[in-house]
Design a protein around this ligand. Structure first.
Ligand code: BGC
Length: 899
């Protein structure tokens, strides 16, 4: 039978369309897309499969790496499902070289392989490739709280170039420009590390910024975290007194010859118009002193002085592994307010971290002052007290030049409101912009539900993270602290990892955990450590074990465990050393920091403060640490250590039961946190756990369904209630909106970030103890993890499915929510769970990334009602109250009866 053309076309379309359309996307090297500046000898390649078909599994891949047209490595066709972090295996890579890499992928359905290409550029692969010398301005006044210098050098480019790369870092902060154009778009570079042990340099492709003939490089150096006042007792010059620059420009000419423009004594320096710039106190500029065009080739620097060579080593330098700080969202004032004293205040509507940029045409000598605060008191007066000794101000003396755009360079502020002084005439709010600064983490997760206040809570959690992930995870961004508090970072780490890709952010920070770890294994309370020697404290120092493991579970990257294992083990050994008879009951402990206390706010909820025995808390975290070490050792196949840790774990739990528990399972502290931690870490005999759950729920009822937990109890409160079938109580606590609760700050005070205390502002609109009350502390935002894993129900299996290779979709309905939706960009692609209740029908849409599988748990007891695209589902599994089925990749639409 001969086909007519249209019939044939249709038929081939049909058969063609039956061929799965496979594509490959999101190629990354060392977890970064098209990175410039990789200093790994064996960088690791990852990619994602994408197909409109279901149950896609990769069957093989082939990676090839080229330098220009030259093939430098190829894997050949490898039969494997693995698509993550395949290490380079070819001949040694060259430094400062551009490579393209291609991956060809076969799957179990498509006829033809799919392929994609991406790039990466190497940094300096050996320390001895640094030709540059450390230089500093040599200016007396260039000190902490002193002036900010400009450094510059001119150089000739005599012939056409094919590429030009800058490698740069500093002691202090740098801003570099070439021929007046900024190098890169990162800010507060090189960030904050334990500078004398671990310093990152950045790599920039500046090929397009050079021109034949005379060129100029200019660099401005600020104090930064290197020498600024840090922590509340005015530590200064912590890493050194003199800032310094290390700059190396590698030019490759079209004819193949090379040239290096490096920092050395041929550079010149002068004081800039930035008179002062420190982290806590802000910045002062006198724009009348600005040297216009100072970083252009034809600028006359004859009156400038020669720089000085500084003798610092380069053997602890490494190329940045994490995303730099960049400018992100901007906000215009939503209101112009006038305080009772007649002060002009701009309300930007969101508590952010960054600075204010403004346009102005003022008089020469006119002084504009900006004061940054998070809150106004109930009379509309800016609230400065919680800043403690941090001034958080920006002062600008105008030059009289019309229409100037002004912003700071080397400081940052935590604020929602800005008091403006010195303006003449009516303020035009449009002239002012709040610019947010945070690490350029890739957004990964989204969460929304039918309850607007819970959605606001999610926003506050995300803004808390944006505000405090500024190269290091800070506790707060506004007062004279802003430190890398370990406890806050670990309790929030899973929540953080859902909202943004923080794999590299924490990989870099954990290097400082190792760098600042004490010889006896103790891990400091803040990293980078600026608070001196300590002994380990539960929940805080434990971050050295908890965060590497959490990052492994979420992103599936074993490297972070391999890199940190020695540090993790040294820390556990430290705790074992502190413990007597397997009881960690000595030394300073933060324990359940900032838990509910009756005298805090005249609340009516509860008659008793919720103070949990600090060593009960420590013992639970001792067990938690060991449990994670067992898992980490298993992942890294360190089986001999697994046995040791398993035996230790049993002894530690036994010691807990003997020391803190009565025969009937009552704990010495009748607090929510005591029962939560004992249940979360399986400290109690199986037979006594239900009693403990009952006591926990009774306790919550006795506080009229309010939480009383602090920093360590809060993250596990709802997960424990859900685990033990008390999800309705968990929802009750989530939706509670009077103090103490997650929604109280939103309901009563319009909070736009997470607060340090449950009552940083009290129900009577007075403030908590100004000595320690921040309105931008993400620790209590750790509830996000429960919202994503229980309300949206998106989770990953651990050992045999880390990184969502084997995921779980298990939404738990409740709280009167009629819908919830979550989506997350896993290392394999997007996973999503959207549910909606209509009448007695639940509709559940699920998306599973290619090359993975997901076990979907259906929140119904009516197995026969479960349909997929209207067709009754078969081969369903019943596990206790849960009905489940595992699905391959693809999009699914389920419906089921729920009543
Ligand atoms: C910090 C917290 C930290 C706590 C530990 C506070 O000053 O702001 O983030 O966890 O100290 O004591």
């Amino acid at each position: 039978m001969k086909y007519s053309l249209p019939a044939f076309l249709f038929a081939s379309m049909l058969s063609f369309s039956s061929w799965a359309q496979l594509s490959v996307q999101n190629l990354t090297v060392e977890n970064l897309s098209n990175p410039i500046g990789i200093d790994k000898a064996q960088p690791r390649f990852s990619w994602q499969l994408n197909s409109d078909k279901k149950s896609i599994k990769q069957t093989a891949y082939e990676i090839s790496v080229r330098s220009g047209k030259k093939l430098v490595w190829s894997t050949g066709k490898i039969s494997s499902e693995n698509s993550l972090r395949i290490p380079y295996g070819g001949a040694n890579l060259e430094s400062d070289s551009k490579y393209t890499w291609q991956v060809k992928v076969w799957d179990n359905q498509a006829k033809a392989p799919a392929l994609a290409t991406a790039n990466f550029q190497t940094a300096l692969l050996r320390h001895d490739e640094w030709k540059a010398q450390w230089i500093n301005s040599g200016i007396e006044a260039d000190s902490v709280n002193g002036i900010v210098p400009h450094l510059r050098k001119t150089f000739e480019v005599k012939k056409p170039i094919s590429s030009a790369t800058v490698f740069v870092t500093s002691r202090g902060l740098y801003e570099a420009s070439l021929n007046g154009k900024r190098v890169g778009d990162a800010f507060l570079t090189p960030g904050w590390t334990s500078y004398n042990k671990h310093l990152q340099y950045q790599t920039y492709d500046v090929t397009k910024q050079l021109s034949t003939g005379k060129n100029a490089v200019g660099v401005t150096l600020g104090s930064g975290w290197y020498r600024t006042k840090l922590a509340w007792d005015n530590h200064k010059n912590l890493y050194g007194k003199e800032t310094a620059l290390l700059f190396q420009l590698h030019i490759t000419y079209a004819d193949g010859s090379e040239d290096w423009i490096v920092s050395d004594n041929s550079w010149k320096s002068t004081a800039s118009h930035i008179l002062f710039s420190e982290i806590y106190d802000g910045e002062r500029q006198d724009l009348r002193k600005e040297s216009k065009g100072w970083d252009l080739a034809n600028f006359d620097d004859s009156k400038w002085q020669n720089v000085k060579i500084a003798s610092f080593a380069t053997d602890y330098l490494n190329a940045s592994v994490n995303e730099p700080i960049k400018k992100h969202e901007t906000f215009k004032p939503v209101k112009v307010l006038t305080s009772p004293k007649g002060e002009t205040i701009l309300d930007f509507g969101q508590n952010v971290v960054g600075w204010v940029k403004f346009n102005i045409s003022g008089k020469a000598g006119q002084m504009i002052k900006l004061y940054h605060v998070e809150m106004l008191d109930k009379h509309g007066v800016p609230y400065f007290e919680n800043l403690r000794s941090a001034k958080a101000q920006a002062h600008y003396v105008l030059s009289g030049e019309p229409n100037q755009t002004i912003e700071p360079h080397f400081s940052f502020f935590g604020f929602r409101y800005v008091k403006v002084e010195g303006l003449e005439g009516k303020i035009n709010p449009e002239d002012f912009t709040a610019v947010t600064l945070y690490s350029d983490m890739k957004p990964l997760g989204s969460f929304e539900c039918s309850n607007p206040m819970v959605n606001q809570l999610q926003k506050n959690i995300q803004w808390g993270q944006k505000g405090n992930f500024l190269d290091v995870p800070t506790d707060c961004p506004q007062r004279d602290e802003r430190l890398g508090w370990t406890g806050d970072a670990e309790v929030f780490s899973r929540t953080a990892a859902y909202n943004f890709n923080v794999n590299q952010f924490f990989a870099k920070w954990l290097k400082d955990v190792s760098a600042d770890q004490e010889p006896d294994g103790a891990i400091p309370f803040v990293i980078p450590n600026v608070l001196g020697k300590v002994t380990g404290a539960a929940g805080w120092s434990d971050a050295g074990i908890i965060i590497p493991y959490n990052m492994y579970v979420v992103y599936g990257d074993k490297q972070i465990l391999q890199d940190q294992y020695a540090s993790m083990k040294a820390y556990l050994t430290h705790v074992r050393g502190l413990a007597k008879n397997d009881l960690w009951n000595m030394g300073f402990q933060f324990a359940d920091w900032l838990s509910y206390r009756v005298d805090d706010s005249k609340s009516t909820i509860g008659q008793k403060s919720a103070v949990t025995d600090v060593y009960l808390v420590a013992q639970c975290f001792y067990a938690y640490n060991i449990e994670l070490m067992i898992k980490a050792a298993k992942v890294l196949q360190k089986n001999e250590e697994v046995a040791d840790y398993e035996a230790l774990l049993q002894r530690v739990k036994k010691a807990f039961q003997q020391e803190f528990m009565t025969a009937s399972g009552r704990l010495i502290s009748e607090t929510q946190t005591a029962y939560i931690l004992a249940l979360q870490f399986d400290m109690l005999p199986e037979s006594l756990r239900q009693n403990a759950v009952n006591r926990l729920v009774e306790n919550i009822k006795s506080y009229d369904y309010h939480l009383t937990t602090g920093f360590l109890g809060t993250p596990f409160l709802n997960p424990v209630l859900t685990r033990y079938g008390q999800n309705d109580v968990a929802y009750k606590l989530l939706l509670q909106d009077t103090y103490p609760s997650w929604l109280y700050p939103i309901k009563s005070h319009g909070a736009t970030t997470i607060w340090e205390r449950w009552d940083s502002m009290k129900p009577d609109s007075t403030f908590q103890d100004p000595g320690m009350t921040s309105f931008n502390h993400y620790a209590y935002g750790a509830v996000g993890d429960w919202m994503y894993r229980t309300i949206a129900g998106i989770d990953t299996k651990e050992a045999d499915g880390a990184g969502y290779k084997a995921s779980i979709i298990k939404p738990e309905l409740g709280g009167g929510l009629t819908f919830a939706k979550g989506s997350y960009l896993t290392p394999y692609g997007k996973i999503a769970s959207n549910w909606k209740i209509e009448g007695d029908i639940l509709a559940l849409e699920v998306e599973v990334p290619a090359n993975t599988e997901s076990t979907v748990y259906f929140p119904t007891s009516d197995i026969s009602s479960i349909k997929s695209n209207g067709v009754a589902l078969t081969d369903l599994k019943q596990e206790g109250k849960w009905i489940s089925k595992t699905f391959g990749s693809g999009k699914y639409a389920f419906t089921m009866k729920i009543k």
